[in-house]
Design a protein around this ligand. Sequence first.
Ligand SMILES: Nc1nc2c(c(=O)[nH]1)N[C@H]1C(S)=C(S)[C@@H](COP(=O)(O)OP(=O)(O)OC[C@H]3O[C@@H](n4cnc5c(=O)[nH]c(N)nc54)[C@H](O)[C@@H]3O)O[C@H]1N2
Ligand SMILES: Nc1nc2c(c(=O)[nH]1)N[C@H]1C(S)=C(S)[C@@H](COP(=O)(O)OP(=O)(O)OC[C@H]3O[C@@H](n4cnc5c(=O)[nH]c(N)nc54)[C@H](O)[C@@H]3O)O[C@H]1N2
Ligand code: SF4
Ligand SMILES: [Mo]
Length: 712
Amino acid sequence: MHYRACPLCEAICGLEVETQGDRVVSIRGDREDPLSRGYLCPKAYALKDLHEDPDRLRKPLRRRGRDFEEVSWDEALAEAGQRLGQLRKAHGRWAVASYLGNPTVHNLGAGLGAILLLRTLRSRSRFSATTLDQGPRQLACYWMYGSQALLPVPDLDRTRFLLILGANPVISNGSLMTAPGMKGRLEAIRARGGQVVVVDPRRTETAELADQHVFIRPGTDGFFLAALVHVLFEEGLVRLGRLEPHLRGVDAVRGATAPFSPERTEARTGIPAATVRALAHQLAEADGGAVYGRIGTCTQRTGTISSWLQDVANILCGQLDRPGGVMFTTPALDVPALARKTGLVGHQGLWRSRVRGAPESLGELPTAVLAEEITTPGDDRIRALITVAGNPVLSAPAGDKLGQALGALELMVSVDFYLNETTRHAHYIFPPVGPLEKDHADLVLHALAVRNTIRYSPRVLEPPAGSKTDWDILSSLVRHIARAQGPRAALEAELATRAFSPDRALELLLRTGPHGAGLGSLFGRGLTLAKLKAAPHGIDLGPLEPRLPGLIGTADRKIQLAPQPALEALAALRRELGAPRAEGLVLVGRRELRTNNSWMHNSPSLTKGPARCTLLMHPSDAAGRGIADGARVRVQSRAGTVDVPVSITDQVMAGVVSLPHGYGHEGAPARQSVAAAVPGASVNILTDPDVLEPLSGTAVLSGVPVEVQPAG
Ligand SMILES: Nc1nc2c(c(=O)[nH]1)N[C@H]1C(S)=C(S)[C@@H](COP(=O)(O)OP(=O)(O)OC[C@H]3O[C@@H](n4cnc5c(=O)[nH]c(N)nc54)[C@H](O)[C@@H]3O)O[C@H]1N2
Ligand SMILES: Nc1nc2c(c(=O)[nH]1)N[C@H]1C(S)=C(S)[C@@H](COP(=O)(O)OP(=O)(O)OC[C@H]3O[C@@H](n4cnc5c(=O)[nH]c(N)nc54)[C@H](O)[C@@H]3O)O[C@H]1N2
Ligand code: SF4
Ligand SMILES: [Mo]
């Protein structure tokens, strides 16, 4: 029997995997995992499908005309690395870009390798899933707490009031809040007399089990939260408590939200003023309460404002850094503290993208500008791209056009075990071993967990002879790229790839972390890698504990309630308060239990059953357009058009349609035979790369204006 964490989503459930030879016999939940306590979802079992998938690549591929040929690791790595180094030398650093995809976060070796890669490339052409996801939240936290890695999480297991905005954790299993078994944990809030309220344009699976569901017009959470904060001041509900001496900007927030009475925001949000007032009272009066917003509040036009005001509301109610409120973790691998100590905290607006002038945020450019940076002529044009664990052709707005742009690259190198909609444009594809064939420990997600725990995951199956991990691939590429820059860079890369190897990095982080044994002692108390490895189910480090004011990393060591750019953005929203609301339909996204972003659709066990890429539409919107349930409809936006089947339901509010992302699979030249049989259509043909959340550069994927008619 083997024990390890599931790498597929942020819940990091502990698994019990039974193997026989090189086969997986069974996968169950590990009841002794201190965080997941036996919980797992149907996706865990699909790790078996992934392991066995004949379409999963095992050997490097090199482009040959329109097709690919298998090539030896050493030859391909040397060639790709050298060509990257040469292009960098010939055209400058900006010409070599990178896209780091979501699973980079779920893979220790890929994460560390990616850090080394970025350090070696030192390019401003840095892209990742952050600007399709949590960019606004990280920017708001950077401004407020001084680090983009300091994100408070709801103290879920003790809270008595949870206000969920734009998240469906019962299906997504939670995000920026690691808490496996979300359904049980939410039900426990109610069982101890607390309340759960969901604000969402769709009555989601989470809303179904909540005490209350409130419909909101997509893209208007900034108005709603400004009104909530307004009421806190107006009705005398503000209780700053213990943190008062550590706060800056309370009066500025009061002034900035003064115009946003709930009576004035009602026409924007669709939420009655009385509901906003009642929610403000519930949050302020809860003995432990939290506002929690996720993807629906980030990938929309008020993303940064919403992320900021969500924390402002928590702080004004005295809910930050107290049990049952929102808290910072005390992780064994204290990456946030490391970021602070090494000065790796962020910046925003230090440079701009070449073509559109979009500001960088936390060192990255918006993924939505990647295509134009490749295709627009000019000196700093992107000529080479490395993708690591990403499928931006399906994940980024106007992904279809991004796909065409990728075809114009002089060199594209992908680290991925599938030949898919993105990697089919690569010149080299380097497939790492599968998740069960490598050691892992999670660097990021324990730091966002509702309980302090840590776990090491040894490999479950021996990797085939001659195969490579993400770490092996990336560190080798880094060494080859550095060689093109001369002997000094080559030596540095050689040393760095040794010093940062996954086990060494883990040992160092563990020992120097808050639960660590320190660097010297061999037999002392505290965590070491050996102790961690000796605990197959992980180690429980207890409930979350207050950490403020010690953690605050801003210049004056105070929490900034009123960052200037956020105030300015809110002032701009104020001008819309009286304006008439646009008519017509808007599109939002959704996730399904048996999907994982753009991949895992090649798993037979996850894809069986009814078609899931369907457009949800309210009966009144369907009736007005002569659309019958199950019919095929044509959805059209400024950016593009797709045809999908429709499902008529009052789950979505009138005026809103919902379509999941990650679909739009292709047959050849991609090689995902199961996915190609249930292709669906890509919602990101409809999303518009020209519309960005202005502060963080995050794509506005929610609230996209569309027209829907019966397909011709
Ligand atoms: N319209 C719309 N678009 C969205 C979203 C939305 O809600 N709506 N959500 C956005 C969000 S939140 C995110 S995070 C992004 C995700 O978008 P991406 O960053 O593109 O990530 P994935 O879609 O998960 O693609 C993962 C890729 O990594 C590969 N892979 C999986 N595991 C590994 C591994 O261990 N190593 C390597 N090297 N490769 C691996 C897979 O084969 C796949 O090609 O999509 C975003 N796009
Ligand atoms: N099964 C499954 N689990 C996943 C993933 C997956 O693809 N499949 N992806 C993983 C990833 S990468 C992430 S980032 C997380 C995301 O985790 P969640 O944030 O929980 O993701 P969603 O289920 O997409 O929930 C977003 C909700 O926002 C709502 N919404 C849309 N627009 C608005 C708006 O303007 N305002 C408000 N208030 N709500 C809005 C949508 O209707 C939807 O219910 O999930 C992770 N877990
Ligand atoms: S919720 Fe499912 S996919 Fe996510 S970690 Fe747990 S078992 Fe894996
Ligand atoms: Mo995500």
